[in-house]
Ligand binder design. Structure first.
Ligand code: CTP
Length: 401
């Protein structure tokens, strides 16, 4: 949710300011770009140098950058427009009151007034200040402006008193913002099940039959689904790829039959299912217990058929939107349409190995999306990340628009 987002963090003068160092680290780890405005008093609680180092951006405190008589100044309008999200944390009673009343006596407040993006604020103050009617009035007024409050929690306060007023913990602030951003996303509350990667079919303890699938297309589909708010179950054959998103549950399998069992276990309550794995169609009839020794004669392996996972899912389909992939080398459209029908799919994504940069192993792909109404949408060659977004958009358009 936060990957690539521009986050403008306003820090005001409260002891909770020290926690913003952790907050900045979490934003950066989530892939966000962070710029920070400190009020004067906040810089007594947390060092601008620490924050600049963590955010990898200069920290600004005042309108004027350095010497007097300079034209080089911190432009609050530009900062406000740069931000996708503005967060004021900790937000003191003083700053909240000024925000609620349009005061504009520092760079942070001027930027707040200029910002067009969603504004979140995480109050932090002593319990009596938090409960005071004037503070409550500031909260209400700010909410009426559309600003979003991240409520303080209860606990021991800097005063030694115990009660409500502690700034939410950095992890909870991140969770709050990501949850809030994901509301209204088209796949919010939906479960997306994806298969990815190759399968390895064992010959003996050290050898297998596999293929060159990297798994990248399936992993990018998982990320794109998560970006649209889905809970994702990603079932992948052997690959070095990793996931970091909390909303993607990665289950690693090795063989086609393991993938079959894992997929079936998660199928019933899935809303969208995309089979991007390059599943082996056959496996050795017997798997040797010990490493097979070389002999003077030739060697044959008898292969038996694996179950077609996608075909089985099509046969069991109820409300799931089921999407398969077709990797073709000839009669591409006809073959893909044939698979769409035979496997009872809602749509199929065609890759042609005749297109340079498409299919296995590469970081790019060129696809054609075909649905049951024979609606055909052909896309240009793109990165697999961009292709995944196109595929999800086509699915959302047909099922959730
Ligand atoms: N698939 C599957 N289980 C298998 C084989 C394929 O789930 N045992 C899925 C793939 O994940 C893909 C689709 O079926 O979504 C089509 O795979 P593909 O290899 O193109 O087609 P096949 O049905 O195997 O037919 P062929 O290899 O003859 O083209």
């Amino acid at each position: 949710m936060l990957d690539g987002k521009n986050i403008l963090l306003g820090i005001t003068g409260g002891i909770a300011a020290y926690k913003t160092t952790f907050l900045v680290r979490l934003f950066i780890k989530a892939g966000a770009n962070v710029k920070i405005i400190l009020t004067d008093s906040a810089s007594s609680f947390v060092s601008p140098l620490t924050l600049a180092t963590l955010s990898k951006n200069p920290v600004v405190t005042d309108f004027i950058k350095s010497e007097a008589h300079t034209t080089d100044w911190n432009n609050h309008v530009e900062l406000g427009l740069w931000a996708d999200i503005m967060l004021i944390a900790p937000a003191t009673a003083n700053t909240l009151s000024k925000m609620a009343n349009g005061a504009c006596d520092n760079l942070l407040l001027a930027t707040y007034l200029s910002a067009k993006c969603p504004v979140y604020f995480a109050p932090a103050m002593d319990l009596d200040m938090y409960k005071h009617p004037s503070t409550a009035a500031s909260f209400e007024k700010l909410k009426s402006f559309g600003n979003i409050m991240i409520p303080a929690t209860s606990g021991e306060l800097a005063s030694g008193l115990y009660g409500e007023g502690r700034m939410a913990e950095p992890e909870d602030i991140i969770d709050f913002i990501t949850d809030h951003l994901s509301k209204g996303l088209p796949l919010q509350g939906k479960k997306v099940l994806i298969t990815a990667g190759p399968t390895y079919e064992a010959i003996d303890p050290v050898r297998f039959i596999g293929n060159h699938s990297s798994g990248l297309m399936g992993f990018e589909l998982a990320k794109a689904s998560a970006q649209l708010g889905a809970q994702v179950v990603l079932i992948s054959g052997p690959t070095h790829l990793q996931v970091e998103e909390k909303s993607i549950y990665l289950k690693r399998v090795v063989s086609a039959s393991e993938m079959y069992d894992a997929v079936l276990a998660d199928y019933t309550d899935a809303d969208v299912v995309i089979c991007a794995a390059a599943v082996a169609d056959y496996r050795p009839k017997t798997v040797a217990d010990q490493k097979i020794k070389k002999s003077d004669s030739d060697f044959n392996i008898e292969l038996i058929k694996n179950k077609d996972i996608l075909f089985s899912l099509g046969a069991l389909k109820k409300n799931q939107y089921l999407v398969g992939f077709a990797l073709e080398t000839e009669n591409e459209l006809e073959n893909a349409k044939g698979k769409l029908k035979r496997k009872n799919l809602d749509a199929i994504v065609l890759n042609s190995l005749n297109d340079k940069g498409a299919g296995f192993g590469s970081k790019t792909n060129k696809i054609t999306f075909i649905d049951t109404n024979s609606q055909i949408v052909a896309f240009e060659l793109k990165t697999k990340a961009a292709v995944a977004v196109d595929i999800l958009n086509e699915i959302v358009k047909r099922r959730y628009a």
